[in-house]
Each structure stands twice: as structure tokens, then as C-alpha cells.
Write a new protein. Structure first.
Length: 158
């Protein structure tokens, strides 16, 4: 079934460029506040998976591999609660990612807030929160526009 949708980033590029600039600022905030690329990409992948955004999941898996995550760790993200491969920091970040992704259900509950606050500093918490906000915004743009995930090229699988 072929369907043409408004491509938000092409139709209103200024808004998309602002969102992209926001995401870059969030990346800088993460780096400046102790959130390394490994941790950030785990959050980005999990949020994208939860939202059903295959385009962003692919993009962030590629970035995660460049950040040093191995394929076993990446494949464990959907089952992180049952997996033993994640540190306390990673588990708290995954918990926060779920709270932000499903924010309409109960917000960031006191339980999640207190758990994350016991593991991260205020600056780290803020950086991770902005990362969650950023990826959820991108997920919505991509899902609404039904951006296709391009097929893998042989060079991209290395």
C-alpha cells in the first residue's frame, strides 16, 4: 500500500532544524554532565523500541555500536529487567526512559524519581531527562511521517 504523507522535516525545515539543534544541545549536556554515549544510546534505543520507531531504533543501534556497545547488550535492552548485563546506572536510566515514554500513564512516579535520584546526580538526572524528551519528540515525527527504514548496505553491517 503506497501512501504519501507530509514529510515534516521537508515541509517545515526550520522546525526540524530547531529540533535537531535541540538534540545536539542535549548531547552536549549529556557529555558535560557525565552521561556517556553508551548510556545515552541505551536510553535512545529503548525509547525508540517502546514507541515502535524502527527508523530511530536502527539509527541508535548504529550509534550504540560506534559507542562500544556489543550486540549482546543491545539485544538485551527489551528484556533489561530479566537481564544481568546492565549496571545499576543503566537500569535506572532504562527505568527513566520508560517513565518518559509512557508519561501519560503516571508521569515520573515517586518510586522512579527516587530510584533514579539515588543513582544519578541532579545534573545527570536532568541530562537523561532531556535525552528522553528529545528521542520521544523525534520518534513522534518519524512515526507520524511513516519514515521508511532503508535496507542495509553491505558497508553498514560491519
Amino acid at each position: 500500500m503506497s501512501e504519501t504523507r507530509v514529510h515534516l522535516s521537508k515541509t517545515e525545515p526550520a522546525a526540524y532544524q530547531a529540533l535537531d539543534a535541540f538534540a545536539r544541545t542535549v548531547g552536549e549536556i549529556c557529555a558535560a554532565n557525565g552521561i556517556d554515549d553508551r548510556l545515552k544510546e541505551i536510553v535512545m534505543i529503548h525509547s525508540s523500541q517502546l514507541n515502535g520507531c524502527s527508523y530511530c531504533a536502527r539509527l541508535h543501534v548504529d550509534r550504540a555500536l560506534k559507542a562500544g556497545l556489543d550486540t549482546d547488550t543491545i539485544t538485551q535492552i527489551p528484556t533489561w529487567r530479566e537481564s544481568g548485563v546492565f549496571s545499576d546506572r543503566e537500569r535506572a536510566a532504562l527505568e527513566l526512559a520508560e517513565a518518559f515514554t509512557f508519561i501519560s500513564e503516571e508521569g515520573v512516579s515517586d518510586e522512579v524519581y527516587n530510584l533514579v535520584g539515588s543513582v544519578f546526580t541532579e545534573k545527570e538526572y536532568a541530562a537523561l531527562s532531556w535525552a528522553c524528551i528529545s528521542i520521544n519528540a523525534f520518534n513522534r515525527v518519524v512515526i507520524a511521517g511513516r519514515y521508511p527504514v532503508p535496507p542495509r548496505t553491505p558497508q553498514a553491517t560491519a
